[in-house]
Every structure is written in C-alpha cells, then in structure tokens.
Write a protein that binds this ligand. Structure first.
Ligand code: AVJ
Ligand code: FE
Length: 442
C-alpha cells in the first residue's frame, strides 16, 4: 500500500477493520503471555501494570471512537479518571481500584464491538476527525504505542521468558562504508498529505540542511563496548554537565540490562541471559550515553532534520519519500518492525531498506536518539487534543526517530516523531552518529 489517499471508502473501512484486529491480536499476545498476578504487578516504577495499559487502550478508544466519532452513549464514564494518563503517575497506578484482568478484557472487548458496529455507518469525510478515517488510525497507533510500552514492561519483568520469536535475518556478507555523505541543500520535512500522520509530523515545510556525514548503520554493541573499555563512562570530557550529573547519580557503567562476568559482557533479554552480540545495534542507552559516545568517537548525534533528510530525501527527484526505500509500506524484507523478532538485526541487515544516501536500518531495529529537542514545526496546530504532543514540546524531551523491532508499522513512518526524557533507558533506543565535513572534505 502506498498511502490511504488511494483507497475508496469501502476499502478504507476494510483497512481500518484489518488494522484494528491486527493490533488487538498483538495486545492479546502481550497480555495472554503472563498470568493474572503478573498482569496486575508493577514490574518497574517506570511502567504501569500491564492491566492498566490494556484498559487504558480501551478507554481512549471509547472516548474518541464510541463517544466522539460515533456519538454513542458512554460505556464506563466512571473509569475515565482511572485511565487518564495525566491524572495518576505510573508509579501510583497499581494502588488505584483498576479493572482486574478479566474485567479489563471484557471492557476492551465491549468497546471494540461498538466500534466495529459504528465503523459501518460513520462517513469517512466531512469532519477533520474522520477524514480518511483519521480517528481510527490514531486509535490503532495509540494501541500499538502502548503495545511497545508493554513490550518494554516485559523486558523489565523478572522470571523466565514469556515471549518467543524467530531471530532476525543476518546481515549480508559485504563491506559497507562506515559513513555516508548527504550533500547540503533544502528538503521537505514533515508531511501535509500522509493520512494518518499525527499532529506533530505536520505540516510539510522546507528545511535547509548543511552537508553532513552519517553513520551507515546504528552504533553496535562491539563499538559501544570499546567506549566502555576505553573508560568512556568515567571520563568527564565526553559528557555534558547534565549527562555527567545523571551518570554519577545513577552510577551508569554500561547499557541497561548489561553485566560483566568472566571478562565478557552479558545481557538479560526478555528473560534470557546471553552474551552481548557484538554485531547488533546497541539498545537501552539514554540520550546522555549516546551523546557521550558520539563525543568520544569525534562525532555528534544527528539533528532531527539531518536524520529525516537522510531517511527521506531522494536527490533524483527532489521529493521526500514516505520511507527510506520509497513510498511502499514496510514489510519484512525492508525493516525489523512489529515485534516479529525480539531483538535488533545485525548492523548492515535489510539491504532492501537502504535509503538513497546509502544509510541502512533507519527504520526499525532501534529508535535513534537525535540531538534535537521536541518542538513544533512552523505552522503546527494541535489536533485532535493538546495532550498528545503540544504539552510535551520544549527542552525536557529529546526526539527519537525510526522505530524499533518493537514498533508496529502503523506507528512508524519517515516522518514519525517519538520523544522521551534524555535519561530514559528502558525504551528500545540506540543511536547512530553524524559529523560535519572537514574543510577538505567538502
Ligand atoms: C509518543 C511514545 C512518547 O507513550 O508517552 C501513548 C505515546 N501518547 N498514549 C507515550 C502515547 C498517549 C507516547 N510517546
Ligand atoms: Fe496512552
């Protein structure tokens, strides 16, 4: 599929139904994999109990699709407050009188039945909220984003493995250049046409980006281990002032889930202990660690505009693509998305996903920290609610791009913007470096 612009109304309805069902199967898989005690337990103060995410997904669906789009009567107005993410901090959620696992499943099932019912007689035009089925797309993406959050909760959970998946494809046996060159000039950032793009991705606007070099692939575990071995965590010269304070306070010495034994690095990954694979992109590092590594390597993190230009700009046409490989939706030959694998693929994998500039794995594998604060594009309009993006704009959050192995394709695009606090490490985040050309390299 290229974009929803091309679909007729009935095909669009069918697409919505398929996406809703596909998404619900993933939520079920993540929550059926553990028992009730596990569902109500808080596995980390950073996360909600899984049963909160589950009912929250239903609550948002009730608010937007059942009540607003469908104009139907409220199903459970009494629980609106419990599942309003702005009312209670994650750490406090286990103490709330939440729906239990059985009630939560029943509730989201009831909401979904009403949604399938109203989908048939909702006009998919006329009102901005339903134009090209936007509200349905927003709810699909919302549930998929919480599914990724639940996957992060699984990673934090103690105990034997509960999730299983095939290993990702190997990288082809070829020598890739360490860096690719992106010539300077304007490109179109963001979108005004992608039907299900969220408010913060809009509108499309021209940005001038100076020439830069970008790492061909994300930084690997082996590369990151060299930074550790070189004393990178202990040397203040690589760290920003805030990064240094955080590193000291949190006693950071390695990526989250890593430990040293017998002179080697090991990690816990979804309940399995394994030696850290050198060829995979590093994951579970904070922005501060990424920034320190880049300084140590004599480089820097790419800005968000640099990242998007590398991922989307097609120098042959001057157009920005939907994805690095073109306008077609992601599939398993192009990117490691959708929890098909429970780990990033080795650096250099997915040659079919390569961008025009030659960079690989921009989409999928690991979210990539950028140097940029999460700010609105010129002409930004909050839609349909301020609490999705607008209240998070500012210097507290850094932008991440590209999606991870745990991101669904519905919630991942060349324009998609994720954000988090620069200290966060439980998300599936890694990074790649950029640098400004030296005078004789221009
Ligand atoms: C875009 C991933 C930062 O999980 O906080 C979920 C997505 N917004 N529910 C988050 C979101 C409302 C959001 N992130
Ligand atoms: Fe949410």
């Amino acid at each position: 599929m290229k974009d929803l612009q091309e679909l007729g109304t009935e095909d669009l309805r069918e697409h919505v139904a398929t996406e809703l069902a596909r998404t619900r199967r993933r939520s079920a898989q993540l929550t059926d994999a553990v028992d009730d005690a596990d569902l109500v337990k808080q596995h980390s103060p950073l996360m909600s109990p899984l049963v909160w995410d589950l009912a929250h997904v239903g609550s948002q669906e009730e608010l937007w699709l059942v009540r607003d789009v469908g104009g139907r009567e409220a199903i459970r107005p009494d629980i609106d407050d419990l599942y309003d993410a702005f009312q209670h901090r994650r750490a406090d959620r286990p103490e709330l009188p939440l729906l239990g696992p059985r009630e939560a499943r029943e509730y989201i099932g009831t909401v979904r039945e009403k949604v399938f019912d109203l989908l048939d007689d909702t006009p998919l035009e006329g009102r901005a909220l339903v134009e090209r089925a936007f509200a349905f797309g927003m709810i699909v993406q919302h549930e998929q984003q919480h599914d990724e959050t639940m996957l992060a909760t699984h990673q934090l959970r103690d105990g034997p493995p509960a999730l299983h998946a095939e290993p990702p494809p190997a990288a082809p046996d070829e020598a890739l250049p360490a860096e690719v060159f992106v010539p300077g000039g304007p490109f179109t950032m963001g979108t005004s046409t992608e039907a299900w793009a969220l408010d913060n991705e809009r509108p499309a606007h021209e940005v001038h980006v100076e020439a830069f070099y970008l790492d061909t692939t994300p930084v690997t575990n082996a590369e990151f281990a060299r930074f550790i071995d070189a004393g990178g965590y202990r040397d203040p010269q690589w760290w920003s002032e805030t990064g240094l304070r955080y590193r000291t306070k949190a006693s950071l010495e390695a990526p989250r889930f890593w430990f040293r034994d017998g002179g080697r690095w090991w990690r816990r990954r979804f309940g399995e202990i394994e030696e850290v694979p050198g060829d995979e992109p590093v994951v579970h590092v904070s922005f501060h660690e990424a920034e320190a590594y880049a300084a140590w390597a004599g480089k820097r993190l790419p800005t968000e505009a640099e990242w998007e230009k590398a991922a989307r700009h097609d120098p042959a046409t001057g157009r920005s693509r939907r994805y690095p490989w073109g306008d077609d939706d992601p599939d398993e030959t192009r990117a490691n998305l959708g929890q098909r694998h429970l780990r990033p693929a080795p650096a250099g994998a997915y040659p079919l996903g390569e961008a025009p500039c030659g960079a690989r794995q921009l989409i999928g594998d690991v979210w990539e920290w950028t140097a940029s604060d999460f700010l609105p594009y010129p002409g930004f309009v909050a839609f349909p609610y301020r609490e999705y993006s607008e209240v998070f704009f500012g210097s507290d959050h850094k932008v991440l791009r590209g999606g991870s192995f745990g991101t669904d394709r519905a919630a991942c695009r060349g324009t998609f913007r994720n954000w988090d606090f620069p200290i966060r490490r439980q998300i599936f985040a890694g990074f790649r470096c950029a640098r400004t050309p030296l005078p004789d390299e221009r």
